[in-house]
Design a protein around this ligand. Structure first.
Ligand SMILES: [Zn+2]
Length: 580
């Protein structure tokens, strides 16, 4: 008798303001099935309903007794509950938050073909659905958790719960998952590295909600007011209509209450017109604004492909509504998988959008060498260029444009001094391999080198063929005084005192094929003079070296790695609210 692997759970499709007729738009999500304790608390997610503003614990949400037979799916506790029975129901809040965190985790594990760890060394992440009275939500690695706030609506008549926004919960969960996959992305580096955390979290959140057919149907309906069944006019599924009346219409319907809350990206992502100069402008040096450019590029590629997919469907005048929604949802799911898989092909330090573009193109070309269905890589290249994002790697002859280069033929790796079987799970064995091949990897011997992870993974291409790889990441760190920078060819920021201590970072992601050979070596050399010079200048200009500035203080405002005590002091003094 085999255990039922998944179960269905009702959640709000977007947030309570999006209605399906008179009721809030709901959807059922498929999540891993596990034996839950009240909370709910499971193997990876641990709900603790602690409210720090009221300094009180709410009782854990009760869980029903599991079915007698493990093959039977547990009932969905909220399937037939009306929205008035959901929105003020704190047990539903807890289940919905648990469900979306688990769904997001499951999406990552499916796309990457392996289990994922949180960055903070615990198996369970703590999730507080009513953590404080404020229009905010955040991930904190120190507090090992996700914290969702609540606040009064403008008219003071209702309470708005950020944990009831599907998008915000998925966004914050993605911060936590990305931190587990690439722990150095929260190091002080560049606007694009901070912007990547925000932009990627938005991309995952938006594509996750669009992979629900009921939401895509809503997008289609907004393009066609009045008709809810059967066929829709072709002109209503044009790029413009889907952008303006569809997605933007949906964003408008979501109301303005949550619009200022960090992690709510739908409106921004569709209203940013193409322009290749955004990233050059100083205004885009702020993490959220910078991240929007990445989101806009990916969402534009999504819309463009969706419209292409609808061309052969129906006739000149009309398109089957259900089919349009199915195509949109299927595409969102596919694009989301590719975006998540691309993280393995991103450098472990100092990421920029061009690196993500090269990673996406490489990973998609590996898995779907012939993509007649979506033509995804061409569409991504066009959309990225329209927003001024250019792949870091040009790609080579007979290879995908913009994809990473395999190691050059004149670089030889010695494989005979290490055992690949051990290397797949043992960081020490992998380090030995790196050390034996330090010339080929261009390691800086003076730096501290650490293997951050070694992960075997299995992925299935769209044609069903299986790709087995081992993905390893290593990191190099070199501490020195500013006066020593010149020796390495790195320019010291003009006003930086020579006795300032600086840290340089570098590192690579190494992809091994199933025979243990290096397929890609993707990274940032610690001795890249131009990059280190501009990074130090950026950090100097942004006060990261001023007295008392630590990573947390200087960067907590740039991204989500909030120090909770610091957060509280800000929230108390009402100085600023994130996202406003
Ligand atoms: Zn964020």
């Amino acid at each position: 008798m085999s255990y039922r692997p998944t179960r269905m759970l009702t959640v709000l499709a977007l947030d309570p303001s999006v209605k399906d007729g008179a009721e809030a738009l709901k959807t059922q999500i498929e999540i891993p099935n596990e034996l839950l304790e009240p909370g709910p608390r499971g193997s990876r997610v641990f709900l603790v309903d602690y409210d720090s503003s009221a300094d009180s614990f709410r009782r854990p949400a009760p869980v029903r007794k599991p079915p007698k037979s493990p093959t039977v799916e547990p009932p969905d506790p909220f399937e037939n509950v009306s929205d008035s029975g959901l929105i003020g129901n704190f047990d539903f809040h807890a289940f919905m938050t648990y469900g979306i965190v688990m769904k997001t985790l499951a999406r990552f594990e499916f796309a990457l073909g392996r289990r994922l760890s949180w960055s903070f060394g615990s198996h369970q992440i703590q999730v507080s659905p009513h953590a404080f009275a404020d229009a905010n939500a955040f991930y904190s690695d120190r507090a090992q958790g996700l914290f969702f706030g609540y606040f009064p609506s403008r008219d003071g008549k209702r309470t708005i719960y950020t944990c009831l926004s599907h998008e915000i919960v998925a966004h914050e969960t993605t911060h936590a998952l990305l931190d587990g996959l690439r722990e150095r992305y929260t190091d002080p580096s560049s606007p694009q590295q901070a912007g990547f955390h925000e932009g990627f979290a938005d991309v995952v959140a938006l594509l996750s909600i669009l992979s629900a057919e009921s939401i895509v149907a809503k997008v289609v309906d907004l393009g066609l007011p009045g008709t809810r069944t059967g066929f829709i006019k072709r002109s209503d599924v044009s790029l413009k209509a889907l952008q303006n009346s569809g997605l933007l219409g949906l964003a408008n319907q979501m109301g303005s209450e949550l619009a200022g809350v960090h992690g709510h990206a739908l409106r921004r992502s569709v209203s940013l017109p193409p322009n290749p100069d955004y990233l050059k402008s100083p205004e885009y040096a702020e993490a959220h604004t910078c991240g929007e450019v990445l989101v806009a590029a990916v969402m534009n590629a999504y819309l463009r492909i969706w419209v292409d997919r609808l061309k052969p469907v129906g006739d000149d005048k009309r398109v089957d509504r259900k089919r349009a929604a199915e195509e949109g949802a299927k595409l969102a799911e596919h694009l989301l998988n590719v975006c998540i898989r691309a993280i393995d092909y991103c450098p472990p330090t100092d990421i920029e959008f061009g690196d993500f573009a090269s990673a996406l193109l490489t990973v998609d070309a590996e898995l779907n060498p012939v993509d007649v269905m979506y033509n995804l890589r061409d569409r991504l290249l066009e959309a990225f260029a329209a927003y001024g994002i250019y792949p870091t790697s040009p790609g080579g002859r007979n290879r995908q444009e913009g994809s990473w280069d395999p190691p050059p033929p004149n670089v030889e790796f010695a494989y005979d001094r290490t055992h690949f079987d051990n290397m797949k799970c043992d960081p020490d064995e992998l380090f030995r391999f790196l050390w034996e091949n330090r010339a080929a990897f261009r390691l800086q011997e003076d730096a501290h080198t650490r293997v951050l992870s070694v992960r075997p993974c299995t992925r299935t291409g769209r044609d069903g063929f299986i790709l087995r790889e081992t993905v390893a990441e290593y990191h190099q760190q070199l501490k020195l005084y500013a006066r020593e920078l010149g020796r390495l060819g790195i320019r010291r920021p003009k006003e930086m005192p020579p006795d300032t201590e600086v840290t340089l970072y570098g590192g690579n992601a190494v992809i091994f094929d199933e025979y243990g050979h290096v397929k890609y070596n993707i990274g940032k050399s610690i001795l890249d003079r131009a990059r280190q010079t501009s990074r130090l200048q950026y950090l100097w200009d942004h006060g990261a070296f001023t007295a008392g500035a630590s990573k947390d203080r200087a960067f907590s405002r740039l991204h989500m790695r909030w120090n909770t005590d610091w957060y509280r002091s800000v929230a108390d003094s009402r100085l600023t609210q994130y996202g406003e």
